[in-house]
Design a protein around this ligand. Structure first.
Ligand code: BTN
Length: 283
């Protein structure tokens, strides 16, 4: 954290100088304002930008969330996308979302001594409120994954009033949870190192170990949840996340359903829900 009270733009050179990575952040491009860092990253990936290239923006005018939703991205947040070229079958790319949410949660607990929670598949929460969302977009052809863009949005130095009203009730920011200003360069630097660590594990066939760590930070397993799939709502107990990253739901009739993604609403003890933004698609 930075007590001087300055909310500075990320300077790529400063981040790169400190990075102890072989892949992530070897190229970092900063823009004070873009439409969406994911869209820009996709363009660069199509032009053969190297793996690990990072696009960071001070603000986004067309920030994208899951399911075609918008993602409010005012100045003060950490909005960035990374280009990856993983050796993964297209159906395995959701593993990158799990791996990235673990990296975000670990970074937040290491830097700020907070106790973040991960929620399947793309959210990081603090005190049951969303502080980070992840949008993973893949370019695939048949059985081949050409590239994957992992877009991460962290509400760092965001005043909650600057978020749209419907988002605010379920969102928080690091600024809101902590006394000082967040140093976004430090946040990006530590996060890229953690992402590389888990990415290497994944590429070496150790997703199981990544998932074990992720589950330790996941408090919603065992809870009764509602999953929105289009206009359909499925309710049940979230019993597990399997080795492909799919959610296993035990329905009230005793049968099990495997869910690849959806809008999950956790029923907490008081019956209040926490909304997660995920795109609906069932297996
Ligand atoms: C979600 O709906 O939870 C996912 C939000 C992802 C937002 C990030 S911000 C950086 C990157 N660029 C985008 O347009 N979206 C992602």
């Amino acid at each position: 954290m930075n007590d001087a009270g300055k909310n500075e733009p990320v300077k790529p050179r400063q981040v790169k100088e400190k990075l102890q990575t072989k892949l992530f952040g070897k190229a970092i491009h900063y823009f004070s304002k873009v439409g969406s860092t994911n869209d820009l990253a996709k363009e660069l990936a199509s032009l053969r930008a190297r793996e690990g290239t990072v696009i960071v923006a001070g603000s986004q005018t067309g920030g994208k969330g899951r399911s075609g939703r918008t993602w409010a991205s005012p100045k003060g947040g950490l909005w960035f996308s990374t280009i990856l070229r993983p050796k993964l079958h297209p159906r395995e790319t959701p593993k990158l979302t799990i791996m990235s949410s673990l990296a975000v949660a670990k970074t937040i607990s290491q830097l700020y001594n907070l106790e973040p929670e991960v929620k399947w598949p793309n959210d990081v929460l603090i005190n049951a409120k969303k502080v980070c969302g992840i949008l993973t977009e893949a370019k695939t052809s048949g059985d081949t994954t050409s590239f994957v863009i992992v877009g991460i949005g962290i509400n760092a130095n965001i005043e909650l009033q600057s978020l749209p009203e419907q988002v605010r009730a379920h969102a928080t920011s690091l600024r809101h949870e902590l006394p000082g200003i967040i140093d976004c360069e430090q946040l990006l630097h530590v996060l890229l190192e953690k992402m590389e660590h888990y990415y290497v594990m994944l590429q070496n066939g150790k997703f199981h170990s990544v998932l074990v760590e992720w589950k330790r930070l996941c408090r919603f397993l065992g809870s009764y949840v509602e999953v929105m799939s289009g206009k359909k709502q499925i309710e049940g107990w979230a019993t597990d996340v399997d080795r492909d990253g799919a959610l296993i739901l035990k329905l009230p009739d005793g049968t099990s359903r495997r869910i690849l993604s959806g809008d999950v609403n956790i029923r907490r003890g008081n019956g209040q829900g926490v909304k997660s933004l995920m795109h609906p698609r069932e297996s």
